[in-house]
Design a protein around this ligand. Structure first.
Ligand code: PLP
Length: 390
């Protein structure tokens, strides 16, 4: 038996961080803030299978729907990324898993950068692959170079007698916000005939990414992280030559794409991604200014005692990893311990730095106005002053 009065709590759900007067620095949330158009689409297409009003009976597939214009959107999405074919799936991790499942066999080796997202490792584990990591330079920069890829691939060839089945590069990683030279990594991979997956979860949709210039064989990305879209939305884009294999049709249902399990995102999240597309294709042009804002905030934070930015300097991305021995020292004496930093920021309407952290924390300046960036910088300085760290 269950108590139904208890269920009333689900009727009026509320999210404090959605308040328009809050500044949210959460690294995974900045690029997923909806455009006005997406917010409208979300309501308009909120009902269940809302994409399916005009599903063509012959193809009976999401990518063939013309009303709303999903079919043309997939083509425009591929073009925007400099790729040949694109599909929207539920998440970046699903896109990786689909590529792993269709391009490899269990037991195959793949090469992955050591700063890859945990979901890359999970997708590989589920696909029963052996992962060989490309090392990084360690603290303080944690840099990964094309030559590191070369060394790992050459070692695998020497030991196993054949190259890895695939390589994956995390274009910008989620730990330090380091940007790695994807074009050069692609060149190295292609010397050994290894197809390259570019994980653009933190790049495509917020900065210019052109698969053709880079030479990527696959691009995967995350709509809810970097395309001003609702969760769950992921992007799977590829060169034509791989489409037959990755988008292989079912034997039993020959019009269905097997690894996509037929249709993927059949409702509001997909429409939010589409509605934000014009906004996203414009915003990537303003990337240089986003970098300026990130660098400005780093220069402010580093005025605080014992505080420095980790990862490649100067910043080439808006995700910033901060190490603060100063704030950590304060936390050791403070009754709220590491939560003091969260409390102090929250009092100033700033949220998104993980509550409890003070020694190592991450923040993302993407899309903040100069006014807000300066306000955030001043708030940190004010807190530092209060605790004698200036
Ligand atoms: C956030 C992130 C992901 C996960 O994206 P989902 O769309 O939630 O699967 C994958 N890779 C990297 C590098 C990320 O930063």
């Amino acid at each position: 038996m269950y108590e139904t009065s208890h269920f009333q709590q689900y009727r009026n759900l509320h999210r404090e961080w959605a308040r328009p007067d809050f500044i949210n620095l959460n690294p995974i949330q900045r690029g997923g803030i909806l455009s006005e158009e997406a917010r409208k689409a979300l309501l308009e297409f909120g009902d269940g299978y809302s994409t399916c009003d005009w599903c063509p009976p012959k193809e009976a597939r999401l990518d063939a729907i013309e009303k709303p214009p999903i079919s043309s959107f997939y083509q425009d999405l591929a073009k925007f990324l400099g790729m040949d074919v694109a599909r929207v799936v539920t998440r970046c991790r699903e896109a990786k898993f689909i590529i792993f499942m269709t391009m490899t066999r269990p037991g195959d080796i793949i090469v992955v950068d050591s700063l890859a997202h945990y979901s890359t490792f999970l997708a590989a584990e589920l696909a029963q692959l052996e992962v060989v990591e490309v090392p990084n330079s360690g603290p303080p920069e944690f840099r990964i170079t094309p030559e590191d890829y070369r060394a790992v691939i050459e070692r695998i060839i020497k030991e196993k007698g054949r190259p890895p089945a695939l390589a994956l590069l995390t274009h910008v990683d989620s730990h330090y916000g380091n940007l790695t030279d994807a074009k050069k990594v692609a060149e190295v991979c292609h010397e050994f005939n290894v197809p390259l997956i570019l994980n653009a979860a933190y790049t495509a949709g917020i900065m210019p990414v052109d698969g053709k210039t880079i030479g990527a064989d696959f691009i995967v990305s995350s709509g809810h992280k970097s395309w001003a879209a609702s969760a769950p939305t992921g992007i799977l884009a590829m060169k034509e030559e791989f489409a037959e294999k990755v988008l292989v049709r079912s034997k039993r249902y020959p019009n269905k794409e097997l690894a996509l399990l037929g249709c993927t995102v059949m409702g509001a999240p997909l429409l939010s991604l589409m509605a934000s597309f014009p906004h996203v294709t414009e915003r990537v042009k303003k990337w240089d200014e986003e970098i300026e804002k990130a660098r400005y905030l780093v220069s402010v934070l580093e005025q605080i005692e014992g505080t420095r930015q980790l990862g490649i300097r100067p910043k080439q991305h808006t995700l910033i990893h901060v190490q603060s021995d100063g704030f950590w020292k304060v936390s050791q004496q403070h009754p709220r311990r590491g939560y003091f930093l969260y409390d102090e920021l929250k009092q100033r309407r700033i949220v998104g730095i993980q509550p409890g952290l003070s020694k190592h924390f991450k923040l993302n300046t993407y899309g903040l106005s100069w006014e807000n960036i300066k306000y955030v910088g001043d708030a940190f300085l004010e807190i530092a002053k209060k605790y004698q760290l200036l």
